[in-house]
Design a protein around this ligand. Structure first.
Ligand code: ZN
Length: 159
């Protein structure tokens, strides 16, 4: 069967940047299983997988707008060191920020004696993505899965 809205799809994927560096891969692990058409994958992946069938291999080149978004320089902010309550803040550390309703992760990109610079962009924002994808399996979702918007079992969520 073809991949359409409400298909449960199993894929193996390898993600590289334009320099050929592998950023992420499912190879060697269980395939990624997701419910198609519910925004569970980045838009470029869902569009590229539409109407494909099990056994197909594809190369998807995905622009940032259809991936993790463009880099937003206003997401880079300086925070006074005093806000970290004496923690030993180092470059590369991650913190949760935002409000109760909307949490997001920021990465520490620079530290000096008085200020910490944090970046709230997704690490892959602004990056053109190259996905090698193999479609492993396609099945219809159950009514429960469609109602929840995600896959149950097979590496999906259980609840
Ligand atoms: Zn569920």
């Amino acid at each position: 069967m073809q991949i359409t809205k409400d298909s449960v799809v199993s894929i193996h994927y390898t993600l590289t940047d334009n320099a050929g560096t592998v950023l992420d891969t499912s190879v060697g692990n269980a395939p990624l299983v997701y419910l198609h058409g519910h925004g569970n994958l980045i838009p470029g992946m869902e569009t590229g997988l539409e109407n494909r069938v099990a056994g197909e291999k594809l190369n998807l080149k995905i622009a940032p707008e259809n991936g993790y978004g463009k880099r937003m320089e206003e997401f880079v902010q300086k925070v006074p060191m005093s806000a970290f309550n004496g923690q030993d803040v180092k470059v590369g550390m991650q913190f949760e920020a935002g409000s109760q309703e909307q949490r997001y992760v920021v990465h520490v990109v620079e530290v000096n004696e008085t200020e910490v610079t944090v970046d709230g962009n997704h690490p892959l924002a602004g990056v053109e993505l190259n996905f090698d994808v193999e479609v492993i399996a396609v099945r219809s979702a159950t009514a429960d899965e469609i109602a929840h918007g995600h896959v149950h079992g097979e590496g999906g969520h259980h609840h």
